[in-house]
Design a protein around this ligand. Structure first.
Ligand SMILES: [Zn+2]
Length: 696
């Protein structure tokens, strides 16, 4: 591992934070160096600290421990991510023999320098009881690869020499802090302390020494592993055969969905990783034995659960895949429930059971499939799974994997303070759901996308016009983050293009819950002047396009088996057509009727189909309506109006004298998609009230 310490950069940090002690600025610098290495810490793992003497408000010198706050990521940490605590007081806690988690956090919070600080790390007392000024702690892949083996001590000494301390796994908190302090005091010359099944601590009187020791230890462990791997015989790779992601993923996603006690259905986002190394690893004859084991370090358990699901779907047809997924998940859940029951009974504690679904599925021939209620959760779980597979593979020549016992895993997974947070944050109504909106490059799509994203859904937008599509997607991504919005270039009139687009979507997130056929074009001409080509083109996009996406989505809905929602952006024209607007009105009426047929045919699968009839929406946040770009000039000419006059004309013609916005359509989509009423086959006008267009 490369040592990235640079004296100039270090001094730049000191200069950048003139209002904090220079040691703290250096602490920020080397913490970021550690955080930049995925092989050291992943997603908020690890922690660092520094001890400084400051002058307090009443002019007294005071020793302060600055330690990483929970929720901060070392890679981006800043001085405010290091709550400062009264070090002299913390050290007195060594006399206490029994300290509950809640009381420990209370002791931290009541001895903070700044009452507004985040909670200090749960490993705070470890840092307080050790004497050195700078302490670095990571869950380095190479280190846990050595510790999670039979004969871990032998491998650790062979890799790192004898000047190290080794402890068995001990739950973070007071017991670990006492054990670490006692070990160090017995062996004050050691360079580091290794915690089996957990990670490594290095230390020093200055920032560079603690960091250098971390990189040195990890590099030695890496070199040792590389040498052992080079000497091992390569494993033969068996061809896993054909696995169809388009079939397996929606079935798996449907299987992972469950209904909570409250009656609320929870659905997850899937994240698929399938690079060559992963596929080769999963294709080894001993893959199941190697990879179906416990986590590398216990804080992964809240992200990935302790065990992955092993799923073989090679050569299976759709029905066989369903049977394999459902029996695999049933077995997984049974084992999880058993673990929960055994541990709560043995520990005589009451805990709220978490859902018993896996977060990682290992599917030979397909890859690693991670699941999470949000895409972020799924991505974090996937990152951890990739590192876990690499570490287990690299450690294989060292002997059998030794996972942490279930009693310790349970303590981490059901840590009291984490449990206290359960049920407090109410998930957004569409969290975990995936939506596809066609006609994604227009004003209405922007409103629909915005409201779906606000409700927590992940949104895919399709359009045939890449430029317009990107404008809308960038706009939405600015507010909701790029991981929640994905553009797909799709011509909805082509069966093949729709198929490819949906396959891409399934590979990206596992399935689909909400389909919003919204693509539409207009053409202004009286029937006498309407060309066959123009009529066909409008029919193709507005009617055939709706048919194609509904038809394409049906197999996904069926494979998932969790219902779904189709919301067609129809038109007030369906009930109140206009002269010179024959192609548009006829095509929209056709699509509307298709929606009703879909409602009839898809009810047995729990899929609801509803229509929204909106009136004139001209633009949204600088994005124009492609339809009104075509229709507007003619309408203005025929009524002798300017653009503002035209908007006013449409406002004045409805009963509520109101302007209809894209967000209004978005609200209607979210209403249907969140299934608040048992409604299908219905039409909801979003037009300010136009009597001629009342649904009938
Ligand atoms: Zn740790």
């Amino acid at each position: 591992m490369k040592n990235r310490y640079d004296e100039k950069e270090a001094q730049a940090f000191v200069g950048a934070y003139p209002n904090c002690p220079p040691e703290l600025a250096l602490r920020v610098y080397t913490s970021r160096l550690l955080g930049a290495e995925d092989d050291l810490v992943l997603h908020g793992g690890g922690n660092t600290s520094v001890k400084c003497t400051i002058t307090n408000l009443v002019g007294e010198a005071q020793d302060i421990l600055y330690i990483k706050g929970s929720g901060w990521d070392l890679g981006v940490i800043a001085p405010q991510g290091f709550p400062g605590l009264d070090l002299a007081y913390l050290r007195k806690l060594r006399q206490v023999r029994d300290l509950s988690d809640a009381e420990m956090v209370n002791q931290f919070r009541t001895h903070l320098q700044d009452a507004g600080s985040p909670n200090p790390s749960i490993e705070t007392l470890v840092h307080a009881f050790l004497p050195q000024r700078f302490i670095d702690h990571t869950h380095a892949d190479a280190i846990v690869t050595l510790t999670n083996r039979e004969e871990a001590e032998k491998h650790l000494h062979a890799a790192l020499g004898d000047n190290i301390g080794i402890l068995p796994f001990i739950m973070p908190g007071l017991p670990l802090a006492l054990a670490m302090a006692e070990l160090y005091e017995r062996n004050p010359g050691i360079d580091c302390i290794i915690l089996k099944n957990h990670g490594i601590f290095t230390f020093g009187e200055d920032a560079k020494t603690a960091y250098d020791r971390m990189i040195e230890c990890v590099s030695r462990a890496e070199a040792y592993l590389a040498k052992r791997a080079a000497g091992a015989t390569a494993s033969p790779v068996v061809d896993p055969g054909v696995v169809q992601p388009a079939v397996v993923l929606p079935i798996l996603r449907g299987g992972l969905s469950f209904v909570e006690e409250s009656g609320r259905r929870r659905t997850m986002q899937l994240e698929v990783r399938r690079n060559q190394e992963l596929l080769a690893a999963l294709a080894r004859p001993d893959a199941k034995e190697l990879f179906v084991g416990g986590v590398l370090t216990p804080d992964h358990v809240i992200r990935t659960k302790n065990y992955p699901l092993w799923l073989e779907a090679t050569g299976l047809d759709e029905e066989e895949t369903k049977a394999a997924v459902h029996s695999g998940l049933a077995r997984y859940q049974e084992e999880y429930d058993q673990y929960f029951a055994t541990q709560t009974e043995a520990k005589k504690v009451a805990r709220t059971k978490l859902d018993s679904m896996p977060r990682i599925a290992l599917v030979p021939g397909l890859g690693v499939v991670a699941a999470g209620f949000t895409r972020k959760d799924a991505m974090i779980a996937a990152d951890i799974a990739e590192h876990t597979i690499a570490a287990k593979l690299l450690g294989a020549p060292l002997g059998p994997y030794r996972e942490l016992g279930q009693a310790s895993i349970f303590d981490m997974e059901y840590w009291g303070l984490e449990q206290a947070k359960l049920g407090k944050a109410k998930p957004k109504p569409l969290e975990g759901r995936t939506a596809l909106v066609t006609g994604g490059g227009g004003a209405i799509a922007m409103g629909i996308g915005r409201k779906l994203l606000e409700a927590g859904a992940r949104v895919f937008m399709t359009d045939i016009n890449q430029e317009r599509l990107e404008v809308v997607c960038h706009n939405l991504a600015d507010t909701f983050g790029s991981r929640m919005v994905s553009p797909l270039l799709v011509d909805v009139t082509s069966e093949e293009a729709v198929q490819l687009g949906l396959e891409q979507l399934v590979l990206d997130c596992g399935g689909l819950d909400i389909l919003v056929p919204n693509a539409g074009i207009a053409h202004v001409a009286k029937l006498a002047e309407l060309s066959e080509a123009a009529f066909r083109q409008v029919m193709d996009v507005n009617c055939m396009g709706v048919f194609q996406v509904i038809k394409g989505a049906i197999p996904i809905f069926k494979r998932q088996g969790t219902g779904g929602s189709i919301v067609i952006n129809s038109s007030k024209n369906v009930f109140a057509p206009g002269a010179s607007f024959g192609a548009y009105s006829a095509s929209k009426a056709g699509a509307h009727q298709l929606g009703k047929i879909a409602a009839l045919e898809l009810a047995e699968f729990g899929v609801r189909v509803n229509m929204i009839n909106a009136d004139a929406i001209f633009d949204d946040g600088g994005v124009s309506s492609g339809l009104w770009d075509v229709v507007g000039p003619e309408r203005m000419r025929s009524r002798n109006l300017d653009p503002e006059g035209l908007k006013d004309y449409y406002r004045q013609r409805n009963l509520l004298k109101t302007t209809v916005h894209a967000d209004h359509v978005g609200n209607a989509v979210v209403f249907f998609a969140s299934e608040q009423t048992p409604t299908t086959g219905a039409t909801l006008p979003v037009d300010g009230g136009i009597m001629a267009a009342f649904p009938r």
